[in-house]
Design a protein around this ligand. Structure first.
Ligand code: AGP
Length: 619
């Protein structure tokens, strides 16, 4: 997720751009850049573009600030703060990107799915691409349309019609120094004005200090923004009335886009994070495509065992990945706690694939486990949310979740993105090893592709989950039980309740209770049983009976319409049904919301829970 901003009609556009980028930094901070349309000089020189970019992560905007003195007279400009998805976090990949003439500048948030085909066509036509990004193709496509005589807004309309994927784009053009063009599909884009200015931004936070006369562009709508005026059309050029945005927030709330805190915002961003993570990688027939993987079929085809390594929520995702790899790719696979793995003297070789799963890509335990695996000759793969992170650089191959920056310390949208990315990779291995037939692969791909919608439906039940939270808010000791896939869900649910609500919550394999822990069950006990409707259903229902027989309050997480479980449990958290092995991404939603609601009731800081850090860089 990146942040874009544009302004026209400003006496000092750089002020508006840099101030807005500061307020967009929470959307990504790998790099930042600005481009100004320098006004014609007194010496008769024509208008031109002036661009500055910086890729020093959180210092990038500060570095741009230092170039103020060199800025030309201008009234129009665009800016960008980047969360890398395609291409390393380097200055060459930083936005704004320009065309060959250097007269067109573009900033983009989203993923252009057909960028490689477009780039090949542009290069064949003689364009020189200067970056590894998908976004740069837009500048060159606009250049071609302008060369055909289109104005900036018309050029933007024509180019938008060629793009596939999600995008929010702002374009500046040296020969139209008082105009910006903006176009969006799925990625958010706001346009606005005052009597003398026109603005474009990814979200309200960036321009709230400039104007509240704001409008949200709809899909495939193009805005022509000029000082004090803006006109919106569809891709055919038909005028459209944009939707006004009513703003009752302050800036901080605007960064949370109206949510109380980043935790609830990120829980609700999960459908989008899943969509972005799967975009362009999974096809309906089960075929998979990972352009950044760099582990070829020969290497992957020789793998004879897989070890999936992580910490915390990433370890829980690792367990699901391990189950999918074993079940679909028929490869021996284990999930390993990183801090244990590296001291277990693991026997590895080049046919061992060690997958390091890490949102930050910087966790010390996981990073050292990865290094130990490499030292012992294993083939390594990093699954991470941060392009160019330590692990991304260290591993032989990398796969990126595309959840955007996760600000809340407790992992939610990154965790579910890890789940689906690991499952898509398991599908990739299965296809390589021909261990799934075409129908099975297609069925699983369809199931994966349906997860964003199912997660959105589960989020729609947050009222129901809140009612359950109210019933157990006083509990100080909760058992989370499940079997097989359900046990991985139980572990993540227990962790969320611990780290957000500070409740002692322990996850057990439900079959283990009778081997000791059931001695703890009495009338004060609260147990949450993850009732996945697979082959183990009867055993899970028997576990529920055992708990009830000893007086425990039993909550059940169950599929919608599961009457058997509802008849037995005291309270039910219903989730939309899906294939059992795909269910963790959906089943974890009520558990996140349960922990969140209880934490809020207890007055906890849900974005920064006590004693925790977002990245644990110590062992
Ligand atoms: C998850 O909610 C926790 N914040 C924590 O367990 C986290 O998953 C763990 O520290 C691993 O972090 P990583 O994914 O950045 O490696």
């Amino acid at each position: 997720m990146c942040g874009i901003i544009g302004v026209t009609g400003a006496d000092v556009p750089l002020d508006v751009l840099l101030g807005g980028l500061r307020l967009l930094e929470y959307r990504g901070y790998d790099s930042a850049g600005v481009a100004l349309v320098a006004l014609p000089g007194d010496d008769g020189s024509t208008a031109s573009l002036w661009r500055r970019r910086s890729a020093v992560r959180a210092q990038s905007i500060a570095e741009l600030e230092s170039s103020r003195e060199a800025a030309p007279r201008a009234r129009t400009g665009i800016g960008h703060t980047r969360w890398a998805t395609h291409g390393a976090a380097t200055e060459a990949n930083a936005h704004p990107h320009t065309d060959c003439s250097g007269e067109v500048a573009v900033v983009h948030n989203g993923i252009i799915e057909n960028h490689r085909k477009l780039a090949a066509r542009l290069v064949a036509a003689g364009h020189l691409l200067a970056s590894e990004t998908d976004s740069e193709v837009v500048a060159h496509l606009v250049e071609d349309e302008l060369a055909l005589g289109a104005g900036l807004a018309e050029a933007a309309r024509r180019v938008a019609g060629e793009l596939q994927g999600d995008f929010a784009i702002a374009v500046a053009y040296a020969r139209e120094p008082e105009t910006l063009a903006a176009v969006r599909r799925t990625s958010p884009l706001i346009v606005g004005r005052t009597g003398t200015l026109g603005v474009v931004a990814s979200d309200i936070a960036a321009v709230l200090g400039t104007t509240r006369d704001l409008y949200a562009l709809g899909d495939d709508q193009v805005a022509e923004v000029r000082p004090g005026s803006l006109s919106v059309s569809d891709l055919a050029g038909n005028p459209v009335d944009p939707r006004p945005v009513r703003v009752s927030w302050g800036v901080r709330a605007a960064q949370r886009e109206g949510y109380e805190d980043f935790m609830s915002k990120e829980i609700h961003e999960q459908p989008r994070a899943l969509t972005d993570t799967l975009l362009g990688r999974l096809h309906p027939d089960g075929a998979t495509e990972f352009e950044e993987l760099s582990l070829g079929e020969e290497v992957l085809g020789a793998i004879d065992r897989v070890l999936v390594v992580g910490c915390g929520s990433s370890y829980h995702a690792s367990q699901v990945g391990r189950l999918a790899i074993e079940r679909w790719a028929k490869l021996p696979a284990t999930a390993e706690i990183a801090s244990e793995f590296r001291y277990e003297d693991p026997v590895l070789d080049g046919r061992s694939l060690v997958i390091a799963v890490s949102q930050s890509g910087e966790t010390a335990d996981t990073y050292h486990a990865l290094r130990e695996a490499r030292r012992r000759g294993a083939t390594t793969l990093a699954v991470t949310n941060v392009v160019d992170s330590l692990m991304a650089r260290e591993a032989d191959g990398v796969l990126y979740t595309r959840a955007g920056p996760e600000i809340g310390v407790a992992s939610t949208k990154c965790h579910v993105s890890q789940l689906v990315l690991l499952q898509a990779f398991a599908l990739h291995l299965a296809r390589l090893r021909s261990t799934l037939d075409a129908d099975e692969a297609s069925r699983l791909a369809t199931g994966l592709a349906a997860l964003p919608e199912l997660v959105a439906r589960a989020l729609g039940k947050s009222e129901q989950y809140g009612a359950v939270a109210a019933r157990i808010v006083e509990a100080n000791d909760v058992f989370f039980l499940g079997r097989n896939v359900g046990y991985t869900i139980a572990q993540e649910g227990a962790l969320k309740l611990k780290e957000l609500a500070y409740v002692r919550a322990e996850a057990y394999a439900a079959g283990e209770m009778k081997h000791g822990p059931i001695s703890l069950i009495d009338r004060n006990a609260v147990a949450l049983v993850v009732v996945t409707r697979g082959a183990l259903l009867e055993k899970l229902l028997a576990n529920v009976e055992e708990l009830r027989a000893r007086g425990a309050t039993v909550l059940a997480l169950a599929d919608e319409g599961d009457k058997e479980t509802s008849a037995l449990a005291d309270l039910v958290l219903e989730v939309p049904p899906t294939e059992e092995l795909l269910s963790p991404a959906v089943a974890v939603v009520p558990l996140q919301l349960l922990a969140y609601q209880i934490a809020r009731t207890r007055g906890n800081d849900v974005d920064r829970p006590r004693n925790l850090a977002k990245v644990v860089t110590v062992e």
